[in-house]
Design a protein. Sequence first.
Length: 114
Amino acid sequence: MKSLPSVSLYIRITDEKGRRRYERIRRRNPQMRGPRDVYCLHFYEKGKRKWLSVGTELDAANLARGQKEQELLILSKDEATPAETIAPAPKSLEDLRAAPGSTAPQSERVPILV
């Protein structure tokens, strides 16, 4: 069984020299951003790791995180449930007996007397 998709919220911190690093945001006590920092989402889509920049506001980043989780959840459900093909119902009992999935061998099949 496939695991549920997860989306993590990170902050991309840029220092005075222009170097960047990512730190994961804690839900209970989130880290506030500096003047050059940006919030990013980290998730897997179709087996590939993705980073998505979502802006400088924490509330908007949390909203984008929830929306992306819902989107990935819907996509994973669509991939997990393949469309089933339904065979047409037989028109008569003879058609049912002659069907490929019939359990009785051809020699043991009894004709129907009407």
